[in-house]
Write a protein that binds this ligand. Structure first.
Ligand code: ZN
Length: 343
């Protein structure tokens, strides 16, 4: 309060005026698209070099190091999180990649933004690049991390790329994380947003189908929190407010353990059951650069990232930094509000 009064006296904008909308507005469609295409191309040796070039994009990996594409994707996630200044670790049997932004006030209260970086098995001939499932969600985790890591929050936010979501019987990485990291350490998971398939809203074979985001959750309060944040800060995003509870992705192990969790996805269970998944689901044309699959809606997916950022900025509680307040007290410049984290 004292800092605010001083700012008003000095004619500057108070630090507390830094709002959630300012954070949300930093989300970039161009950067999201770059992340998505890069993750989609893992296994081509574009990032890790020739050692990772296997001629196809299969990112499957079970126990052990996983395929070359899977390893390259993991390396990319680690490097990106590291560049953002997050605390990076690779966890467990399935090599989940975790980037952590430690909370300034209640670090034991933990929020999670996650998506799986693996994809179903493929081969040179069948090549399953997984551009929507789930380079789309992995890129969303990266863009949310890029933005949120530039600010400080009261609670901790973890960004996680889970592995082996698509490895039968499914959800191997997230189950391992909940059972061997979260539960034994009695961690307080305050809310999970899992992003899995967000680039094909509406229905490919049903052009008239509404282009909305669907939420699957057993926790109506948590899902409503997301909808409210989206309505407030991302009015261009249409979110279906009838929540259908179905598992089938990495939010499920958290739900089963009693934590608030949701899946953000392009279609509802009803749509899948009645019309089938999108035409390119788990197929060779689930990619940006193939004519048949070139139907990605990047504007929509970027709005999903914005809604995710808005939800977490509110729930983890965006805080002015102590250093910023000190500067303000001394009449410092507001342009220093945004922190650039060192590597
Ligand atoms: Zn998936």
């Amino acid at each position: 309060m004292a800092a605010v009064a001083l700012c008003l006296l000095l004619g500057a904008t108070p630090a507390l005026a830094l709002g959630i909308q300012d954070v949300v507005n930093q989300v970039s469609q161009t950067q999201y698209q770059t992340y998505q295409v890069t993750v989609q191309n893992m296994g081509m040796g574009y990032y890790g070099g020739q050692a990772y070039d296997q001629g196809y994009r299969d990112r499957l990996g079970a126990a052990g190091p996983g395929s070359l594409g899977n390893q390259e994707a993991r390396l990319y996630l680690q490097d990106q999180f590291d560049d953002m200044g997050l605390n990076v670790s690779v966890h467990g049997t399935y090599s989940n990649v975790v980037g952590e932004l430690l909370g300034a006030k209640t670090p034991d209260r933990i929020y999670i933004i996650c998506g799986h970086y693996d994809h179903v098995a493929g081969s040179v001939s069948s090549g399953r690049p997984g551009g929507d499932d789930n380079a789309s969600g992995t890129a969303a985790v990266l863009e949310a991390a890029r933005i949120l890591s530039q600010y400080q929050f009261e609670s901790t936010i973890r960004f996680i790329g889970f592995n082996c979501e698509d490895k039968s019987p499914g959800l191997l990485g997230s189950n391992d994380y909940v059972n061997n990291v979260v539960k034994p350490n009695h961690q307080d998971i305050a809310g999970v947003i899992n992003l899995d398939m967000i680039l094909r809203p509406g229905w490919d074979s049903q052009p008239s189908h509404v282009k909305d985001l669907n939420l699957a959750s057993t926790d109506t309060d948590w899902a409503t929190t997301f909808v409210t944040a989206a309505d407030t800060y991302v009015p261009s995003l249409l979110v279906n407010s009838s929540f259908v509870d179905y598992g089938g992705s990495d939010h499920e192990p958290f739900e089963d353990a009693g934590f608030p969790a949701l899946l953000a996805i392009e279609n509802t269970a009803y749509e899948i059951w009645h019309y089938g998944a999108n035409a390119y689901y788990h197929g060779p044309n689930d990619a940006t650069d193939l004519a048949a699959g070139g139907t990605y809606d990047y504007a929509f997916a970027t709005d999903v990232v914005r809604a995710t950022v808005a939800t977490m900025a509110g729930e983890a509680v965006l805080t002015p930094e102590p250093a910023t307040l000190a500067l303000l007290a001394a009449g410092g410049a507001m342009m220093l509000l945004r922190r650039r984290r060192s590597k």
